[in-house]
Design a protein around this ligand. Structure first.
Ligand code: MGD
Ligand code: MGD
Ligand code: SF4
Ligand code: MO
Length: 724
């Protein structure tokens, strides 16, 4: 007998509804859920492989504990006892800062990460907290924090109602959207064009999205900041600034006018390689569109001036009157959030600084690029132990080989992770969570970036395996251990106490909360006290999800700035723009620069063990412009050596006209040939690690975010495909 289970796909930010066919305790088919009011049946190859993650023979089913150098299967009590012994020793001898915590990307895709990772951070009390955010979107949090007073107040393009969309450094056809929860981005972009709208893509590669755009503008990597400064300059110069209803809610407009004065379109053209005329036209089109939005992603955040670039995106949205209006860039209102009061404390960074490089704290964390420094450098506060939760820093972080060696030398390491991979091979204990199929899901993260307000609860589709432990409990138990409560703490009692306190505060009797787990009861509480007055029961009654409608204007309510206005010209950003104005023009030293890309069938570093996703054409190639390849004597399918300040890789050459001259591209998340991993499929499609080339010294100064795009490299052919 087959059953159908409906659930939200947790594999990327699009949050599509899935319909799983379940037979004899296994997922036998995965389709898009046609009745999901948001994704309407859309599914991608990753979602379609959802069932394989459950079945994967390499997925760890029991904890591993290192004994005599080998990671051997162990019981859960043995594993937690080993964690207790290892972490207590380091904390006892060297203090809490000696333990670092690295939280990886899937934490924002699980209830466990959403509800319990924060408590783990607090219980640990270490300054050495690192997350994938400083390899990703941190510049957006910082710029929005300054502009709107809250780092999660991130406007998203209202794609379903807009007339004109400018997309910079994003390829939603491949990534399915990011900081922009937009299931079926391709379908929605086609619908935009069908109703007479247009979209423009700025990218050094003619990406899949660029190919279908109404206009594609190739740009020199890392220079979007100049393009956008030039556009803002043009808005002022042509008297195209229209604040409309925002006029009463913005400060600092005239300061911005002065700031951009040194950056006319001619300067932008010289730095970006985009013709001056195209910059003027683009600005005129943006200003003339009845409803328009500007959107920037990885190519605008993981670059040298990520925060200033991210800020400029919303400066353009504001100055064209498109911020917070239908068809413009709007603020979602999640069902588990609270409405604001219109003012607040504002946003600041730098409450502490990293020990070795003195880099400022941002949102309670330090830049991932400096984790290796903190491990390697002796002295008071040196990191000697590491906790990773859903992260693969040995592949994801710049100068990865250095970090890999540093991690290998730690005194103790524990990882919560379903795989024995490039990072967890260094752990002393691996605690494997159950696969998503067997966990409940509610999207606490991406409802903040969603192009429609939605709420959707997925109960576990299959029961836990015999002896398995839910990830919520794994994280909580780890938290209890670092809090000094030991490996056998009564975690249920701890959690119940916290829930009772939260319910009391909200004037709700905790005994009335619905749900068979702590996480369900927290969700019920947050839904009931949220802006739509929903409940868990209501979500359970609607397994395809509850549509809460199109986005609504939220200014001024969403603002948390001290002034109660949009602070368009925050001091730290302005200072950075002034430094840019004073700096000499960057010199082109003739070297190539490397950028990343994403493929529809990848998910960062961790889904290359799914056979259907890696079969066929090699995904991890070095993409080179045809003329460059001819000049260098590179041949398609041959090998090229790519060398940067920090490392060297040899990758298979792919030749194309779809990348700007002087730019090469390598996707991240590969390099699965390390010894000691248990990833049989990924190993056969190992590829090379792009982060053997990226440079840990290069960061966006305001957010501490790594520069992953625009890294200078030299490229040379490798004769006969072997190392010289
Ligand atoms: N050069 C370059 N580097 C990059 C990027 C780039 O564009 N270029 N992109 C960056 C970006 S945007 C990101 S987000 C980072 C990602 O970097 P990370 O977050 O460090 O790594 P991921 O590759 O997402 O690996 C996720 C880990 O979580 C595990 N995992 C999967 N599901 C679960 C789960 O449910 N629970 C637990 N506990 N573990 C789970 C996987 O086995 C894997 O070990 O990489 C960054 N690195
Ligand atoms: N299939 C798939 N989907 C994913 C992921 C995945 O690994 N695979 N990862 C998920 C994650 S963690 C994230 S953060 C999102 C990211 O989502 P996106 O930002 O949409 O990701 P990318 O596809 O890497 O698109 C970035 C684009 O920026 C371009 N670019 C590089 N440098 C520059 C530059 O200096 N300027 C400009 N204008 N463009 C530049 C690249 O050529 C690339 O086309 O994707 C998510 N979705
Ligand atoms: S687009 Fe993202 S959310 Fe949708 S099915 Fe694919 S991986 Fe899952
Ligand atoms: Mo990411």
């Amino acid at each position: 007998m087959a059953d159908t289970a409906y659930r939200t796909c947790p594999l990327c930010e699009a949050t599509c509804g899935l319909a799983l066919t379940i037979e004899r305790g296994a997922v036998v088919e995965v389709r898009g859920d046609d009745d999901d009011p948001f994704s309407k049946g859309f599914i991608c190859p990753k979602g379609a492989s959802f069932g394989y993650l459950d079945a994967d023979p390499d997925r760890l089913r029991t904890p591993r504990v290192r004994r005599d150098g080998k990671l051997l299967p162990a019981t859960w009590p043995e594993a937690f006892a080993a964690v207790h012994a290892g972490l207590s020793a380091v904390i006892g001898a060297r203090g809490r800062d000696a333990v670092a915590l690295y939280l990886g990307n899937p934490n924002v895709h699980t209830i466990a990460g959403g509800l319990y990772a924060g408590a783990l951070r607090r219980a640990l009390g270490s300054r050495n907290v690192y997350t994938a955010s400083t390899l990703d979107q941190m510049p957006k949090h910082v710029s929005c924090g300054y502009l709107f007073g809250h780092p999660l107040a991130v406007p998203v393009p209202d794609i379903d109602r807009t007339d004109f969309l400018l997309i910079l450094g994003a390829d939603p056809y491949s990534s399915n959207g990011s900081l922009w929860t937009v299931p079926d981005a391709p379908g929605r972009l086609k619908a935009l064009q069908a109703r007479g709208g247009r979209f423009v893509v700025v990218d050094p590669r003619r990406s899949r999205t660029a190919r279908v755009a109404d206009r594609y503008l190739p740009i020199r990597p890392g220079t979007d900041v100049y393009l956008l400064l030039g556009m803002v300059h043009e808005l002022f110069a042509r008297d195209l600034v229209r604040l409309d209803r925002l006029a009463d809610h913005v400060t600092g407009v005239e300061v911005v006018r002065g700031l951009v004065a040194p950056f006319p379109p001619a300067v932008a053209a010289a730095r970006t390689g985009i013709p001056e005329q195209a910059i003027r036209e683009l600005t005129a089109d943006l200003a003339a569109a009845p409803r328009a939005a500007v959107y920037g992603r990885i190519g605008t955040t993981t670059v040298e001036h990520g925060t200033v670039t991210s800020w400029l995106v919303d400066v353009l949205n504001t100055l064209t009157g498109n911020l917070d209006r239908p068809g413009g860039a709007m603020f979602p209102l999640p069902a588990t959030s609270r409405r604001g009061t219109g003012t607040g404390k504002g946003f600041a960074t730098g409450r502490w600084h990293s020990r070795v490089r003195g880099l400022p704290e941002v949102l309670g964390e330090l830049p991932a690029v400096t984790l290796a420094d903190e491990i390697e450098t002796p002295g008071e506060g040196q990191v000697r132990a590491l906790i990773t939760v859903a992260g693969n820093p040995c592949l994801s972080v710049p100068n990865a080989d250095r970090l890999d060696a540093a991690i290998a030398g730690l005194d103790f390491m524990v990882s919560i992770d379903p795989y024995l991979n490039e990072t967890t091979r260094h752990a002393d204990v691996i605690l494997p969570p159950p696969p998503a199929t067997r966990a409940a899901h509610y999207d606490f993260s991406f409802t903040h970036f969603s192009v429609r307000n939605m709420a959707n609860y997925s109960p576990p589709s299959l029961p836990l395996d015999e002896g398995a432990i839910d990830e919520c409990e794994i994280i909580t138990r780890l938290g209890a251990i670092v809090a000094g409560l030991g490996p056998d703490a009564d975690v249920d009692a701890l959690l119940d106490g916290e829930l009772r306190a939260a319910a009391d505060k909200a004037g709700i009797d905790a005994a009335d909360l619905d749900g068979s787990t702590h996480a369900e009861r927290v969700l019920d509480l947050r839904l009931r006290t949220g802006p739509y007055g929903l409940s868990l029961a209501e979500l359970r009654a609607n397994p395809h999800g509850v549509d809460l409608g199109p986005l609504q204007p939220r200014i001024p309510e969403i603002l948390r700035t001290p002034s109660g206005r949009i602070e368009l010209c925050p001091d730290p950003v302005a200072a950075q723009v002034r430094r840019l104005a004073a700096a000499p023009a960057p010199v082109d030293d003739g070297r190539f620069v490397v950028v990343g890309r994403r493929h529809l069938r990848t998910n960062n570093s961790w889904m290359h063990n799914v056979p259907t996703l890696v079969k066929g054409r090699e995904l991890c190639t070095l993409v080179v412009n045809r003329a460059d390849a001819a000049r260098l004597g590179l041949v398609a399918g041959g090998k090229a050596a790519v060398t940067s300040r920090v490392g060297r890789v040899e990758a298979t050459v792919e030749i194309t006209d779809d990348i700007a001259p002087g730019v090469v591209s390598i996707p991240h998340g590969f390099g699965h040939d390390r010894p000691g991993t248990e990833l049989a499929v990924a190993r056969r499609h190992a590829g090379v690690n792009a982060n053997s080339l990226t440079d840990d010294l290069r960061i966006d100064p305001l957010s501490g975010t790594a520069v992953l795009n625009g890294v200078p490299v030299t490229v040379t052919p490798v004769p006969n495909g072997t190392a010289p």
